[in-house]
Design a binder for this molecule. Sequence first.
Ligand SMILES: [Zn+2]
Ligand SMILES: [Zn+2]
Length: 126
Amino acid sequence: MGIIRKTKAVATVLQIFEEKNEAKSVVHLIELVKDKMNKTTVYRILDRLEQDGTIHSFNGKDGLKWYAKSEGCSASYHSDMHPHFQCTTCDKVECLPFEIKIPSIKNHKVDSTDILLIGQCEVCCV
Ligand SMILES: [Zn+2]
Ligand SMILES: [Zn+2]
């Protein structure tokens, strides 16, 4: 597997994240670009973009992998230390702009957190 340059495929995937500032499940992403590239390419691009710090991933309530754009983050800065919210009614997933304080655990090193809040979003709870 070579390094993915700013190819058309990369631009297509990036555009999905640029358009709407919403998280997308990997299944949904593959569905959106299925007539432009295959599954393997999508996975490879997502991996690459995640390493770049352009996007970040987390697990949704159904164990699906979700991706969202990282705002003003670089690969060296851990952008995934924030919780996510998933709406059980419309399935929308949002990044929540709160920093999670990780307690320090003796003799343990924490690299990442995966906090998912589940409920109804502002549209669905009215
Ligand atoms: Zn909702
Ligand atoms: Zn996020």
